[in-house]
Design a protein around this ligand. Structure first.
Ligand SMILES: NC(=O)c1ccc[n+]([C@@H]2O[C@H](COP(=O)([O-])OP(=O)(O)OC[C@H]3O[C@@H](n4cnc5c(N)ncnc54)[C@H](OP(=O)(O)O)[C@@H]3O)[C@@H](O)[C@H]2O)c1
Length: 160
């Protein structure tokens, strides 16, 4: 990672949706969900710790309100997001205990009208009824880019 130079900010926002009732998932479906939503988030966060340990930085992990609920038609996606939440909270404790100057943010968006739904396998909606992601992204950046002695470590978004 040294060749990548200094990192001040990592935003983990990758993720794909694969949905369906229990009993309908192939191994490929499961891997597709875990790749971006969990494995990628962990791999990038871990790499960021190596790069940021000395110089400091911010890690922003974008998950979903699925990480706070049990959605039976989204069991694998829900599992990936709960796993990402468990990892992110452990990561924050770990960097704090090591004294690394790294802030770790948890972001839990509600449904948003993005390409996510067109790309999803067996989507539960086309996403067109959901709000734009832009105000959510703006609010996240306002918090992350603000400078203060204390910070808001968890942002959860619900539809107004
Ligand atoms: N849209 C929603 O309703 C909603 C709600 C709550 C949470 N979220 C979460 O918000 C995050 C952003 O989603 P979005 O709505 O902005 O959807 P998006 O526009 O489809 O963006 C998701 C991005 O993740 C990338 N990606 C997916 N799997 C990947 C993988 N295995 N490796 C690398 N990149 C991968 C996609 O790349 P390609 O385009 O190249 O495939 C895409 O650029 C995701 O984590 C999603 O789970 C979305």
């Amino acid at each position: 990672m040294a060749e990548l130079g200094r990192w001040d900010l990592l935003i983990n926002c990758a993720g794909a949706g694969v949905f369906g009732d229990v009993g309908t998932y192939s191994v490929d479906d499961i891997q597709e969900v875990l790749r971006g939503n969990l494995i990628g988030l962990i791999a990038m966060s871990d790499a960021a710790v190596r790069v940021m340990a000395g110089t400091g930085g911010d890690i922003v992990n974008v998950m979903s309100t699925a990480a706070k609920k049990l959605r039976t038609a989204e069991s694998v996606y829900t599992a990936a997001k709960w796993g990402a939440k468990a990892y992110t909270r452990t990561l924050r404790d770990a960097v704090k205990s090591k004294g690394f100057p790294i802030r770790v943010f948890e972001v839990y968006p509600c449904g948003m009208d993005t390409h996510f739904w067109a790309a999803a396998r067996r989507p539960v909606t086309d996403g067109s009824g959901f709000p734009s992601p832009d105000p959510i992204a703006t609010q996240v950046l306002d918090v992350v880019c603000g400078s203060a002695d204390s910070y808001c470590l968890e942002l959860t978004f619900e539809r107004a």
